[in-house]
Ligand binder design. Structure first.
Ligand SMILES: [Fe+2]
Length: 151
């Protein structure tokens, strides 16, 4: 069966998703370095898990773009331009602020993953839709736990 979808348009969305993962990864480092307060040790360690997970997702999406015979964005300037999640300057982050950034950025990534999952399923790109299903699982689970911890 032939792929009937517009591969270029599809890759543009994947690249936009990739850009958001890159900026998210960077923001997670920022929080990891700059978190302050009594929960420092717990959050510092948790953020270590999160930026590793974001880097893993980033790699998988870039490789998916290569499988579609296109180029993943690698320019930092282009990441900034294409990402909806905006990069943050270094500052102190209290526990509340860390939770707020995480919940915001993860909620955005969850919504984007769902959108891309639906789109990819609709054009029979099962590899992308399966990648997105994994990401949806991750973001939904973490958002449940972050929201519970933040009450
Ligand atoms: Fe570290």
């Amino acid at each position: 069966m032939q792929n009937t979808y517009n591969k270029i348009g599809h890759v543009e969305i994947l690249n936009e998703y990739l850009a958001n993962l890159k900026v998210l990864n960077n923001n997670l480092y920022n929080l990891h370095f700059n978190v302050i307060g009594e929960h420092f040790f717990t959050l510092h360690k948790k953020l270590d898990d999160y930026y590793n997970k974001a880097a893993e997702m980033y790699d998988a999406v870039a490789e998916r773009i290569k499988m579609l015979d296109q180029y993943p964005i690698t320019s930092l300037t282009e990441y900034e331009e294409k990402s909806t999640i905006k990069s943050m300057r270094s500052q102190d982050f209290t526990t509340k602020q860390v939770y707020s950034v995480l919940i915001n950025d993860f909620s955005f990534m969850l919504a984007f993953s769902k959108e891309l999952e639906e789109y990819a399923s609709g054009i029979n790109d099962h590899v992308t839709s399966s990648l997105m299903s994994d990401n949806i699982n991750f973001f939904e689970k973490e958002l449940w736990m972050l929201t519970a911890s933040n009450k």
